[in-house]
Design a protein. Structure first.
Length: 243
């Protein structure tokens, strides 16, 4: 059954809701397009065909809800191949059956959190351990990829959060400033400051709104010039050790 079951559950829940009218309005075409942009992943080139062939042979473990290569196959991968594997495949099942309403004017918001990476899957413990244990290489591969594609996929953003890669902040700001389209880079900067327990950010009104008691997964700041510049300044100060 592998990943067919989660999709069927979601389709079933939506069909039940569809018996009446959906209790929300459709988002604008611009908002929908930006949502698709936000959830796009980046695929590393390292031994991609080999990794994809191995993934196709995986047998889903329904009891433990794990969709993983066996230990022998995983251990035989090179570091670059393990990076590719992690960036294209989450081993752990984390289903969310709730039908989510479309976000209105998504392109005008800076969210507290990144969107889901692999829909209803996420990285397993061994995958996150690999990212943390090989942080320097992981960040180098991400920068190499972004320099080539000019795009930081949501999977790369999660890898940066997972490794708490404060050192990549100038590169993130440079990438954001190139187009100022990807507001999730600003989200990423804030998550790095939060996880790094950066005092000036933790004491700010922005932090209270985004991560305080009344916040939730969809809490956001308005994507205006003032907020963008403030986030970048704080992230730069965090990187430089300015308190």
């Amino acid at each position: 059954m592998k990943r067919i079951l989660p999709l069927l559950l979601v389709l079933f829940s939506l069909s039940v809701v569809a018996q009446d009218e959906l209790p929300w309005k459709e988002a604008s075409k611009e908002s929908q397009a930006y949502h698709e942009y936000r959830i796009k992943t980046t695929t590393p080139p390292y031994s991609l065909a080999k990794v994809q062939a191995l993934i196709k042979k995986i047998k889903y473990d329904e009891e433990n809800e794990i969709d993983a290569l066996n230990k022998k196959s995983y251990d035989a991968l090179s570091l670059r191949e393990k990076f590719t594997y992690s960036m294209v495949h989450g081993e752990s099942f984390s289903q969310n059956c709730d039908a989510m309403p479309p976000i209105q004017e998504e392109q005008k918001k800076i969210f507290a959190y990144l969107p889901d990476m692999f829909n209803e899957y996420t990285w397993s413990e061994r995958q996150t351990k690999f990212l943390k244990d090989n942080k320097d290489s992981v960040i180098a591969w991400i920068k190499e990829s972004v320099a080539r594609t000019k795009r930081i996929g949501v999977n790369y953003k999660y890898a940066i959060v997972e490794t708490k890669a404060k050192e990549i902040i100038p590169f993130l700001i440079e990438t954001y400033n190139a187009t100022k389209k990807d507001k999730d880079i600003l989200t990423l900067l804030m998550q790095l400051m939060r996880d790094g327990e950066y005092g000036p950010f933790l004491k700010s009104a922005s932090y209270k709104k985004l991560y305080g008691e009344d916040a939730d997964y969809l809490t956001y700041l308005d994507a205006n010039t003032a907020n963008e510049e403030l986030i970048i300044k704080r992230a730069t100060d965090f990187y430089n050790g300015v308190n």
